[in-house]
Design a protein around this ligand. Structure first.
Ligand code: ATP
Length: 473
């Protein structure tokens, strides 16, 4: 089972401290969201999983963290100033403004076909640099980045030469991007400020680029499944030639079933990520060497040639690029939707259980005292929490009866609850309760840390790789 619709997750996320509507006390800000104590843990765990998988476990990928505000010329030569548009239409009946490519000729609000002609709208957020700059000073104009990729391209030579990398190799980056979306919405699916996990994989000009796209698609499908997302809710979409971005020769999108409540074939699916073959477009257009038919430099502003010299073939060329570009927020939403389930207890009450993979669960173990008015029990529970914390993320909670505390932890996806009771004071043992089965087992306190780590690893779809510490569960 997964969530019946996004609204179920919106209310769970707000109720339990994953994601709050932003600026709520001032009436909100259209489609802006703040990550709460549990949301920040979940999203950090997703980012860490991605970083470990690509940067640590492979030997051919380096990480970077580039600026959000770059020289405006980056966006001129990347093509974004001229082409990063979405087609905008207005409904003449109800005045709703929409993206023409998302509505199939009918107003999404009132169904009218009386729409204006589509016109292009550049989605980059503008700002001005410098305290003395006027709003309309073109020399002070700058943009917030609409993708993290360009920060990677302009650092290609820096990384390649300092790390002595040979092609093929990749550069990975996680960071915020900004797009002035015409129709943001559907919770964290489409927002103006969002986070991306992008990787540019540099290969030879004669590599099998289209096959490499397929290989990265397969790898990402496996990674999403390792996060606990069911393959039934993932689908591939080959982007038609006429819809490809200006830099792409082929793009395959991995789609997630974000709208299961809709009838099949009616936009149940939305893009989770895209894998694009970007050719040598970006490295070439940021370089100072290429010339046009008349022998004039195509880029008179760049001071560098971002080409690569192949020692074995003694050839110089612009590497070609395969780019898997994933969204952190859309992954958070897919993970939450897929983990959502309901279970009926023996009193006939429905309980929500978030079956998050243990590696992603915000809290790995909750330590609960059976009686909060017994100082010995409380003291023992708090001591257990402190002893576990260096090994795994644990919390102490005594703000309700044990049934309520269990239900609360189930709903936020905590894999294990540890209960300290009267008998614990005698036998130095505690009860460990499993989130998914609700089964309980008695465990000696001295063996608890090992026991929990073993159980968390055993139920985790992704086994930590050899050599990583248990801190990284
Ligand atoms: P869409 O067609 O849905 O607008 P896109 O094809 O423009 O997306 P890309 O440029 O391929 O998106 O960006 C890579 C990834 O970044 C997307 O697959 C998505 O996960 C994420 N992303 C892009 N735009 C947004 C947004 N406005 N809000 C949240 N995530 C986004």
């Amino acid at each position: 089972m997964s969530a019946p619709n996004i609204d179920t997750i919106v209310s769970l996320a707000k109720r339990r401290g994953f994601v709050f509507p932003s600026s709520d006390i001032y009436g909100g800000l259209g489609s802006a969201w703040d990550y709460g104590p549990l949301g920040v843990e979940l999203s950090n765990n997703i980012k860490q999983s991605w970083w470990r998988w690509l940067v640590y476990e492979r030997d051919d990928i380096e990480g970077i963290d580039s600026s959000i505000i770059l020289n405006r010329l980056v966006w001129k030569y990347s093509g974004h100033e001229a082409t990063f548009h979405d087609p905008l239409v207005d409904c003449r009946e109800c005045k709703t403004r929409m993206r023409a490519d998302k509505i199939e000729g009918k107003c999404a609000n009132c169904g009218s076909t009386n729409l204006t002609e589509p016109r292009n709208f550049n989605m980059m957020f503008r700002t001005v640099l410098g305290a003395a700059a006027e709003e309309d000073d073109p020399t002070a104009l700058a943009y917030l980045r609409p993708e993290t990729a360009q920060g990677i391209f302009i650092n290609f030579l820096n990384v390649q030469t300092t790390l002595r990398r040979k092609i093929p190799f990749g550069i990975a980056q996680i960071g915020k991007s900004f797009r002035n979306e015409i129709t943001p919405g559907n919770f964290i699916l489409r927002t103006r400020e969002f986070e991306q996990m992008e990787m540019e994989y540099f290969v030879k000009p004669d590599a099998e680029h289209l096959k490499l796209v397929d290989e990265w698609v397969e790898l990402y499908l496996e990674w999403f499944k390792s996060l606990g997302i069911s393959g039934d809710n993932l689908q591939l979409h080959e982007v038609p030639a006429e819809e490809l971005a200006h830099y792409s020769k082929r793009t395959v999108d991995i789609m997630y079933r974000y709208f299961p409540e809709r009838p099949e074939q009616e936009r149940q699916w939305e893009e989770l990520m895209g894998i694009a073959y970007r050719t040598d477009f970006d490295l070439r257009s940021h370089s100072n060497k290429p010339v046009d038919e008349e022998g004039k430099r195509v880029n008179p502003d760049s001071t560098e040639d971002l080409s690569y010299f192949d020692e074995t073939t003694k050839q110089r060329f612009y590497p070609h690029v395969i780019e898997p570009a994933a969204g952190v927020n859309r992954t958070v939403l897919a993970v939450l939707m897929d983990a959502y389930s309901e279970k009926t207890n023996d009193k006939g009450e429905t309980r929500v259980i978030l079956r998050l993979s243990p590696q992603l669960a915000p809290i790995k173990a909750a330590i609960l005292p059976l009686a909060k008015n017994k100082p010995e029990i409380v003291g023992m529970a708090k001591a257990i929490k402190r002893s576990l914390q260096p090994v795994l993320r644990a919390v102490y909670d005594d703000t309700g009866g044990i049934g309520k505390l269990y239900a609360r932890q189930d709903e936020i996806g905590t894999p294990m609850c540890v209960t300290v009771d009267h008998q614990s004071l005698e036998d130095e043992a505690v009860t460990v309760r499993d989130r998914d089965t609700w089964e309980q087992e008695r465990v000696k306190v001295a063996e608890l840390a090992d026991y929990l780590q073993r159980r968390l690893k055993a139920t985790s779809p992704v086994q930590p790789v050899a050599g990583t510490s248990s801190l990284e569960i």
